[in-house]
Ligand binder design. Structure first.
Ligand SMILES: Nc1ncnc2c1ncn2[C@@H]1O[C@H](COP(=O)(O)OP(=O)(O)OP(=O)(O)O)[C@@H](O)[C@H]1O
Ligand SMILES: [Mg+2]
Length: 253
């Protein structure tokens, strides 16, 4: 079992204009584990997730201070190349968002950007990524068909495959199953369990059962602060803070 801290977040603050959305966030993100982020709507979960691969850079009026270290290197420093960062830290969104292209083209999109051209190599990546996302058998005979012709659950696994295709180290998932039916949800949850052998996963979820099922660590956010982070079993059976207990027992949020 790895005890390596893949990412270390230190004294992170984020402002949208005058509004402070994240307050003095500290977190160690453990390698080959699933970390779940829970908390009421508007508490800053998505904002925080986006800081981990600098997706907030795309939003105007965002100011960030503090440190986020990936393998010891501050991702907000000049030492960090943004293209490399987005390759190392991939993201899967709430709504499946495949490109309006074929299944094959969706998967090879990232690898092509990173300079891979050889057809046989791209074919390999497609099969490996689709297998990794547990959707190869469902789509192997229709790789040249539009990804948008698939079901929502299949589209989400295509997006996970697209993310795997560039061989990230960390995968960020923002409510990846909230638009999916229960069977697709279960597939994606089982997939997370498989993927953590090779990747480090951070997942936002509103579903407490899901957090309990898929994660090793859970972090409870409230009003832009982390109230506590602990082993998931501790958070759900014996939280340190009354506010965590109130939230997980459904007394607010
Ligand atoms: N682009 C933005 N500009 C200004 N304020 C924003 C922006 N995005 C989010 N916020 C604000 O920052 C706070 C945190 O939002 P965020 O989307 O991170 O919450 P969340 O925990 O992901 O909520 P939900 O569970 O509803 O997805 C909210 O008050 C939100 O209104
Ligand atoms: Mg959100």
């Amino acid at each position: 079992m790895s005890n390596y801290m893949k990412m270390r977040v230190r004294n992170l603050n984020l402002f949208y204009g005058d509004f402070q959305a994240l307050m003095d966030i500290n977190m160690n993100i453990m390698e080959n584990k699933v970390t779940a982020l829970i908390g009421p709507s508007g508490c800053g979960k998505s904002t925080y997730l986006r800081t981990l691969n600098r997706m907030n850079d795309l939003i105007d009026h965002v100011k960030i201070n503090g440190q986020i270290l990936l393998d010891g290197i501050d991702i907000y420093s000049d030492q960090c190349d943004l293209i490399d960062l987005r390759k190392s830290v991939g993201m899967v969104f709430q709504k499946p968002n495949p490109f309006p292209k074929t299944i094959y083209e969706n998967i090879v999109y990232g690898p092509k950007i990173h300079g891979i051209k050889e057809k046989s190599r791209l074919d390999e990546i497609v099969e490996k990524s689709l297998r990794g996302a547990a959707i190869w058998d469902e789509v192997k005979d229709r790789l040249d068909k539009p990804a948008l012709g698939l079901s929502g659950g299949q589209q989400q696994r295509i997006c996970i495959a697209r993310c795997l295709a560039v061989e990230p180290d960390v995968i960020l998932m923002d409510e990846p199953t909230s638009a999916l039916d229960p069977i697709s949800t279960l597939k994606v949850e089982n997939l997370m369990d498989e993927l953590k052998k090779d990747y480090t996963i951070v997942v936002v979820t509103h579903n407490m059962q899901q957090a309990g099922r898929v994660s090793d660590y859970t972090s409870f956010f409230l009003n832009g602060e982390i109230i506590e982070t602990d082993l998931t079993e501790n958070i759900f059976s014996n939280p340190n803070d009354k506010r965590t207990e109130d939230y997980i027992t459904g007394r607010f949020g």
